[in-house]
Design a protein around this ligand. Structure first.
Ligand code: AKB
Length: 328
């Protein structure tokens, strides 16, 4: 039976991944952990721990207490937040990962860790970015991801740690908002379209970036972790892709459902980050080595996002009405 620890469990990917892992392996087999205490999780019957991944001793204690055999290590700062606090970004992203790899080495754990398209930079080919190419990131986040990939490969080859990784693009989802990334506009826009009918986008209309719908991201992570070890030929991190679209193409697709929706553009510091990243990624190694394929294209993402988010916002609206009514 698998016992799984998820760090950063309440982030955008963590929330959906924990649900998927609990459905697959059993609710009590998955331990959620967050850096700061989440009161309603502490009162929950399912396994939950407060864990700052920069504390190796505490990590080891949790691994030993639950006899963890696999860690999905998602705790980390994203690109925009990283630029605002480079030291914290380095500490959590690099030292946190090194601690996970150290404990994985001493306790023979399997590890999943997300890298990012942020490993690439201004001199990387923008179209069909190859698996092996120039990596000259201009953000501290990108630098932590390049360093992390090298650490993963080092621990895999020097110490036999079974660590697997994907260079994730922008992830679009409806359960939990992303926090502090450059690709966040592609999620915020759906909330704004449904709630306010208008959105001010922080990148220019023609900005084209690689993106993926959350169900594809979860499928990719689970598929990678279940693949036979002999098939995993890249131990730094695999390029992985689904769709690429510009901000204005996303707006046009949303307008097919919400014709009144308007979007204006006020690029900020995140524009330079977006401009330094590739537009389209070549993920043929992941497709050839372990059979990766995506399901959702842009029209399918927009249709599903609007339907799911609309339902969710209505439910939240009804719940807050019930709360408001119960006050009288
Ligand atoms: C970000 O925008 O920082 C992330 C990423 C592409 O790694 N979504």
């Amino acid at each position: 039976m698998k016992t799984i620890l998820v760090t950063g469990a309440r982030g955008q990917i963590g929330s959906d991944l924990v649900s998927a892992l609990r459905r697959r392996f059993g609710a009590t087999q998955v331990i959620e952990s967050t850096r700061k205490a989440v009161p309603h999780l502490e009162g929950n019957l399912l396994p939950y721990e407060v864990l700052d991944v920069t504390d190796e001793h505490r990590l080891q204690e949790i691994v030993e207490h639950y006899q963890v055999d696999t860690i999905y290590h998602l705790a980390g700062l994203l690109s925009a937040k990283g630029e605002q606090n480079p030291e914290l970004c380095w500490n959590i992203n690099v030292n946190g990962l090194k601690n996970v790899l150290q404990v994985a080495k001493s306790h023979q754990l399997r590890v999943f860790w997300p890298s990012s398209i942020a490993v690439f930079g201004p001199h990387t080919p923008k179209l069909d970015t190859p698996q092996i190419t120039v990596e000259d990131p201009s953000t501290v986040y990108g630098i932590t991801k390049v360093t992390g990939e090298l650490l993963c490969r080092y621990y895999a080859y020097q110490f036999g740690v079974d660590v697997r990784s994907l260079r994730l693009p922008g992830i679009i989802s409806y359960s939990t908002l992303p926090g502090g990334g450059t690709t966040d506009f592609a999620v915020e826009i759906f909330y704004a379209a449904l709630k306010y009918g208008t959105y001010t986008c922080f990148v220019r209309p023609e900005t084209r970036l690689p993106m993926m719908y959350m169900p594809d991201a979860i499928a990719a992570i689970l598929h990678l972790m279940e693949a036979d070890s002999a098939l995993i030929k890249v131990r730094s991190s695999y390029n992985i892709a689904a769709v690429s679209f510009s901000a204005e193409e996303l707006v046009a697709e949303i307008q097919k459902y919400l014709p009144e929706f308007t979007c204006d553009y006020a690029p900020d510091f995140r524009q330079a980050i977006a401009d330094s990243w590739p537009c389209v990624i070549d993920d043929s190694r992941a497709r050839a080595d372990w059979g990766w394929k995506h399901t959702y294209d842009l029209p399918a993402i927009v249709a599903d996002m609007l339907a799911k988010l609309d339902e969710r916002l209505m439910r939240v609206g009804q719940e807050s009405m019930v709360c408001a009514q119960s006050l009288f």
